[in-house]
Each structure stands twice: as structure tokens, then as C-alpha cells.
Design a protein around this ligand. Structure first.
Ligand code: T4K
Length: 376
């Protein structure tokens, strides 16, 4: 297209923080010397301490991935029956509910935040409802106060999916300190990672103790098994990588913030392209930069733009498409009907996540924006 040359290498939506190999090697030496590879070793203990401080959580445990952590959270909270959640999320959110023997009930989202719409939650509550599972989509916090009030009024638990929210704060309070339990994902595509991994931040020590039992088969001691637990432990190698990644995460977030500002500056005012701004009072982590493509104003659809970008070696992603409620496994649910979820349906058709990671240069972002401007 025109005189813009494709990128010489693929430009992905995300790239993980990579610690220096000699630092990893030093940690591996420590692990080798100890002979302890997994089962709650010293590296995991150290990582949990560091993350508790960094995420401002008094009660925090680390797990093998965010999905297993969500399942354990459902079990620790004794959830039953129906759980109200958003369809505009990654498959892991509703799937974790089903794996926990629960029925997801999909609630529409707000147009601006892409998060569950609190004004639509109460009409979905039935005698079978035990919890709300909101997602802080793309790291933008949900309407926490409204959700808290609804949960209190109806005696429901709140389990937040904060997969995208490492380090996010709302009016000075870390995002993991709301609701009964909050889940973080530490997958390699996230702003902070342990290759694969996740954490739960609990409202009480009691919930934490239960979840810690559940992540190791429910084994309390050599003589006692207290719960039908599973295996969701993080091994020592990944914990070591997590410790090293933690040292780099502030720089990563700072650089992503600069790149986000650059995207916003260059895309501002482009007809048919809108994006999220920072929310007042929120400390953001810049985990994703998404745009919304209005075909009527922009000229081509989000899907067409994604294909154009691919021709330039730019691998933007349609997060979250397809909408979870349209998966074959959920489409028969009454709450999954598209007419009940108009905002979520539109978001799934229009939103595109653009590349965002610290090794991207300003000129890379400038070129991506030039491509987007040129196609319109
Ligand atoms: N809740 C929500 C709201 C979530 O978004 C997620 C996960 C979860 C729960 C569950 O948490 P985990 O159980 O995963 O901890 C990715 C991730 O696999 C997934 O963790 C994430 N959400 C989801 C939004 O995105 P894909 O299918 O997009 O990943 P993939 O492999 O296509 O990676 C995207 C790009 O990132 C690649 O094109 C290249 C780059 N990449 C990826 C990996 C894995 C790298 O450069 N290096 C890598 O190692 O799902």
C-alpha cells in the first residue's frame, strides 16, 4: 500500500518481559543447589512475599495459571448455581465457572468501559444466583462501588477477574482489595508474567488458607487430606523468572504508558477510530491499547483493518471475538441471546488490540498509525 513498507519482522500484539539470561542462569544454580523444583519451595515463597507487597494484598497466593486460580476461587467461595458474568472476556472466565459446576449468566457491558453494566445485573439475579464474576477488561476497573452495593443487597459473593490488572489502583487502593477474591493472570502475554501463572488476592486469611489447600490436592499434612483439591502449584523455575520479571515491570509499564500516549496523540480525531482514555483516580498499567473501529465513519470494518495490518506484518488481535456467549457451548443459554447483549455484540465486532510492549519504538507506533490513517 502506497510507499509504506511492511515491517521486516512480525509485530505482535504483545511481547513478554525477558530477564537477562545470566540472571536466569544464576537463579537456576540456586534451584539446582537446593534440589527443590516444585511443591511450595523457597522461590515461590519469596515471590509470594514480593507480590503481596507489590500488589498491596495482605492475603495473596500464587498459582500455576489464572484459569486454575479462578476455579480454585469458585471452590473456596463455595459458589453454587448461577453466576452473573460478562460475555466480553477471554474464554477462561465462563469456562472456569462451568468447570466449577456453575452456570454462567451473561450480562451486557457498558459502552465506554467494556465492563459489566451494573444497571443490568439485578434483573438477572434469581434465587439460584450465588455470585457476580466481573472482569476488569483491558485493565480498566469495573464500577466497583455499584457492584459491591448490589452484592451486599442480595447476599452475593464477588469474584473479580483482574487478569489484565497487575498493579492497577483505584483512588489509591490496589485493585485486588475489592470483592471477596480477585484473580490476576501472569501469562506471558501479560504486562507482568511468570511464563504461565496467576494469583488470588483474598479478603480474608481463612479464604487464602482454603485456596492454598486446594492448590495442593487438599493435603494438609502427611496424615490429613481436607479438601478435594487439585494441582495448581507454580514450580520453582517459573517462580524464579517471576522474581526477575518483577524487577523490570515498572520500566515496562512506564514505557507502555509513553507508547499509549503516542498512539492516542496520533489517532486523535481520526474519523471512525476511538480509544479509551485514562480514568481519573485510576493508576493504569497500560496492559493493552485497543481501538474501536466504526465501519460507517472509518470506511472499512475492524476485521478488514486487521487484515490490512497483517499485510504490513502487524498482528493486531480481535480481543474479545468471538463473544463468549456465542460459543457453541453457551449459545443455547437464555442469557446468551444477542438481543440481550447489544453493547457486548458491538464491542466484539469493533474492538482491535494494537501492538503494545516496551521494545516497540516510537517510530513503530507512528508507522502503525500511518497505516491506519492511510486505509481510512
Ligand atoms: N481472564 C481473562 C480476562 C483473560 O484475558 C485470561 C487470559 C484469563 C482469564 C486466563 O488467564 P491464564 O489462565 O491465561 O493465566 C492470550 C493468553 O494465552 C491468555 O492468557 C490471555 N488471557 C488472552 C487474552 O491472550 P492468545 O490466544 O491471544 O495468545 P497468543 O499465543 O496468540 O499470544 C498473543 C501474541 O503474544 C502472539 O501473537 C505473540 C505474543 N507472544 C505470546 C506468547 C505466549 C509472545 O511474544 N511470546 C509468548 O510466549 O491468548
Amino acid at each position: 500500500m502506497g510507499n509504506i513498507k511492511p515491517f521486516p519482522h512480525p509485530v505482535y500484539v504483545s511481547r513478554p518481559i525477558l530477564p537477562e539470561l545470566d540472571e536466569v542462569s544464576a537463579k537456576l544454580h540456586e534451584i539446582w543447589d537446593s534440589g527443590q523444583l516444585t511443591n511450595n519451595g523457597a522461590m515461590l515463597g519469596k515471590l509470594e512475599g514480593l507480590l503481596s507487597r507489590r500488589l498491596g494484598s495482605r492475603h495473596l497466593s500464587v498459582f500455576s495459571n489464572g484459569t486454575a486460580a479462578l476455579q480454585i476461587a469458585c471452590r473456596a467461595l463455595n459458589l453454587t448455581g448461577e453466576v452473573i458474568t460478562t460475555p466480553f472476556t477471554f474464554a477462561a472466565t465462563p469456562h472456569s465457572l462451568v468447570w466449577s459446576g456453575l452456570r454462567p449468566v451473561f450480562c451486557d457491558i457498558k459502552r465506554d468501559s467494556y465492563n459489566i453494566d451494573p444497571d443490568r445485573i439485578e434483573e438477572l439475579i434469581t434465587p439460584e444466583t450465588s455470585a457476580i464474576v466481573p472482569v476488569h477488561v483491558f485493565g480498566h476497573p469495573c464500577d466497583i462501588d455499584a457492584i459491591g452495593r448490589i452484592a451486599a443487597r442480595h447476599g452475593l459473593k464477588v469474584l473479580y477477574d483482574a487478569a489484565h490488572c497487575f498493579g492497577v489502583e483505584v483512588n489509591g487502593t490496589p485493585v485486588g482489595n475489592f470483592g471477596d477474591i480477585t484473580m490476576f493472570s501472569f501469562h506471558a502475554t501479560k504486562v507482568y508474567h511468570t511464563i504461565e501463572g496467576g494469583a488470588l488476592s483474598f479478603a480474608s486469611e481463612e479464604l487464602k488458607n482454603k485456596a492454598v489447600l486446594l492448590r495442593n490436592f487438599g493435603i494438609k499434612s502427611e496424615d490429613e487430606v481436607l479438601e478435594t483439591g487439585t494441582n495448581a502449584k507454580l514450580n520453582e523455575l517459573q517462580a524464579a523468572v517471576g522474581i526477575l520479571v518483577l524487577e523490570k515491570v515498572e520500566d515496562e509499564i512506564a514505557r507502555r504508558k509513553e507508547l499509549t500516549c503516542e498512539y492516542r496523540k496520533l489517532l486523535d480525531g481520526m474519523p471512525g477510530i476511538t480509544f479509551q482514555e485514562d480514568v481519573s483516580g485510576v493508576r493504569h498499567n497500560y496492559s493493552y491499547f485497543t481501538i474501536r473501529v466504526d465501519k460507517d465513519e472509518y470506511g472499512i470494518s475492524r476485521d478488514e483493518l486487521q487484515l490490512v495490518l497483517k499485510q504490513y506484518n502487524v498482528y493486531a488481535r480481535k480481543y474479545f471475538y468471538p463473544l463468549c456467549s456465542s460459543f457453541a457451548c453457551y449459545s443455547e443459554l437464555p442469557s446468551a441471546e444477542a438481543c440481550r447483549l447489544p453493547e457486548a455484540v458491538k464491542a466484539a465486532e469493533q474492538i482491535l488490540a494494537l501492538p503494545l510492549y516496551s521494545s516497540l519504538s516510537d517510530s513503530d507506533v507512528e508507522k502503525i498509525c500511518r497505516i491506519i490513517r492511510k486505509v481510512s
